[in-house]
Write a new protein. Structure first.
Length: 192
């Protein structure tokens, strides 16, 4: 799936069906067995699915959580996975509290800043799990990853791959291992 070991960002929709959560755990467990580690946010859905897999399927030492709320839950948004983040922290997982700004920063700005931090903390690529092709936070994560030339692998859950969002100059291509769709940038040749 990814050519090198390293830190993989995980992002996705905040509303995730059970089969989507199971897929997240399956894919990240496979990558963990190959030596990858992960950075993830603090929201319900995809983030919560990965955090809930610790320490059962994934050791806490290979996951880092960037939380937009404080260690006391201050600044949490309605979509925050407070229980999963606290449980992850108690299991020995690393949490950076108030990633994206302090409490005075508006929650949606803090969440966007936190998403950018998640992507900036990765060095291998982004796994993104869409339960809707219009997931704004997931789209932001994809665009940030592409701007850093990181590989983006998407998993559409509950909708056709033809509905995956367009991310600029490029296209989605089915991976040869049948796991997800990679974003491929179009290459333009200049003729003189």
């Amino acid at each position: 799936m990814f050519n090198q070991h390293g830190i993989v960002a995980v992002a996705g929709s905040r509303a995730m069906p059970a089969n989507g959560s199971a897929l997240i755990v399956q894919i990240t467990s496979e990558l963990a067995a190959r030596g990858s580690s992960f950075v993830v946010g603090c929201c319900s859905g995809a983030d919560a699915a990965l955090l809930s897999a610790v320490p059962g399927s994934i050791p806490p030492s290979i996951v880092r959580c960037l939380s937009s709320f404080s260690s006391k839950g201050e600044g949490a948004a309605p979509s925050s996975a407070i229980n999963q983040v606290f449980k992850f922290s108690r299991s020995g997982g690393s949490v950076e509290w108030l990633a994206g700004g302090d409490i005075s920063v508006l929650p949606w700005i803090r969440l966007a800043n936190r998403t950018k931090q998640v992507i900036n903390s990765a060095n291998t690529g982004l796994l993104v799990f869409f339960s809707s092709p219009r997931s704004r936070g997931s789209l932001l994560a994809c665009r940030c990853a592409i701007s850093r030339n990181l590989s983006v692998i998407a998993f559409p859950i509950g909708f056709s791959s033809s509905e995956l969002p367009v991310l600029g100059q490029g296209y989605w291509a089915k991976n040869t291992d049948d796991k997800g769709y990679s974003w491929v940038k179009k290459q333009f040749d200049l003729f003189i």
